[in-house]
Design a protein around this ligand. Structure first.
Ligand SMILES: [Cu+2]
Length: 404
């Protein structure tokens, strides 16, 4: 990949001045005609009624003034809040620098030497209980050829290990924090009180909790400690596959798990590891986007299938903020289970081209490809491809590679 020019998005105008409209100031000529009367009593009644009218009008005037005053106060408070936020933030969107595509001269050799994250779905444990041990760690990860990133991730880097259980199994999570700050783990596959299970674990400590995997699908897990955006962006995420009961899914010959995510870099990461850049994360301006943590790793090391095999992709979009528009170039999904709803065979769509996997969500996709060839899988939001979210499915014994 070649070096990309810095991206300088245009800065949105902040001229949000609001001009209050004056009400029309037409003169109200409020003279009340009356006729002199012989009756003092009548005059007294009229006077009394006028008095009441004045009092009522006065009351409404007071209410209107109070309303206007409150509105003005609220507006002032809002403006103060906005200007405080603007003054307090360091963001200057015009100055955000992209390190997309940064690469050393030997990037190709590094990509070839990189050991890809195994996308193959591991076997689910037998028995009624699935024991899952997770270790959080501060690690420097490689996110693209020659690009280092100082992450908060797992003992094996980012994403965390692929977890595979069966619907109905009891999942026992043991989380050990070997990082320098508190972390936690939130399982989207669980129906559980988050304040009980997903609490912070102090450095050096472990915590355990269990949940019953009653819902089939593919789910995200992630650190939920504040700021969550930063903990996820630093690599603290992974996927858990919960197999449905037999009969929901057609039998697959190959099962591949891909976790999509974005990386927001403080530097190009070529000499020293890059760190997280909050301004770019808020602007949703990633430098790299990856499947399983490393840009384009399955282009150099394609996933494989034989012609006619049913290949199932289990996709989680870890985000933290950008959706994945999953698509396999050169074919159409025979079955797509949007949002990874595997509750029944009727939750599938058939013969669709691209399906969105939302940040924090999953999707399951089946392809059956008869003709040998190299079939790229991408997020079809194409900036993602340029930033690394692309791989190849090699069907049959074919040679070469391709760029798409
Ligand atoms: Cu964390």
């Amino acid at each position: 990949m070649s070096s990309a020019p810095p991206v300088t998005p245009s800065r949105p105008s902040s001229n949000g001045a609001v001009h209050a409209q004056r009400p029309p100031t037409g003169s109200a000529n409020g003279t009340i005609p009356y006729k002199d009367s012989d009756s003092n009593a009548l005059w007294a009644v009229v006077s009394l009624m006028l008095g009441i009218l004045v009092a009522v009008l006065g009351f409404f005037a007071l209410m209107m003034w109070a309303d206007a005053h409150n509105a003005k106060d609220a507006a002032n408070r809002a403006a103060a809040k906005v200007s405080k936020a603007a003054a307090g933030a360091t963001s200057d969107l015009g100055a955000l620098r992209s390190y997309a595509g940064a690469a050393p001269s030997n990037a190709d050799a590094l990509a070839a030497a990189h050991k890809p994250f195994s996308a193959a779905l591991p076997a689910a444990p037998a028995g009624p209980v699935a024991d899952v041990n997770l270790t959080l760690k501060d690690v420097t990860v490689q996110i693209a050829p020659g690009v280092k990133y100082s992450g908060w991730a797992w003992a094996g880097g980012a994403p965390g290990p692929v977890i595979h259980v069966r619907q109905g199994q009891l999942v026992k999570i043991t989380l050990t924090n070997k990082g320098a700050i508190p972390h936690s783990v939130d399982f989207h596959a669980a129906r559980i009180a988050p304040d009980k299970a997903f609490g912070d674990v102090m450095p050096g400590k472990s915590v355990s909790y269990t949940f019953r995997a009653n819902d089939a699908g593919v789910f995200m897990y992630h650190c939920g400690t504040k700021p969550v955006l930063m903990h996820i962006a630093n690599g603290m995420y992974g996927a858990i596959v919960v197999d449905p009961k037999p009969g929901v899914l057609p039998k697959a010959d190959k099962n591949y798990v891909l976790v999509a995510s974005e990386w927001y870099l403080s530097s190009d990461g070529l000499k020293a590891p890059a760190q997280f850049n909050m301004d770019k994360a808020h602007a949703r301006m990633p430098d790299w986007m990856t499947f399983n943590g490393y840009a384009g790793q399955y282009v150099k090391h394609p996933l494989t299938a034989r012609p006619g095999e049913l290949v199932r992709f289990w996709i989680v979009d870890a985000g933290p903020s950008i959706d994945t528009d999953f698509h396999v170039v050169g074919t159409i999904f025979d079955n797509a289970y949007p949002f990874a709803d595997l509750s029944s065979p009727t939750s599938a769509l058939h013969n669709v081209q691209t399906v969105t996997v939302p940040a924090g969500g999953g999707g399951v996709f089946d392809v059956k490809i008869g003709k040998p060839g190299l079939y790229p899988f991408v997020s079809h939001a194409f900036a993602a491809v340029d930033e690394g979210q692309v791989g190849l499915l090699k069907v049959g014994n074919v040679k070469g590679t391709m760029s798409h």
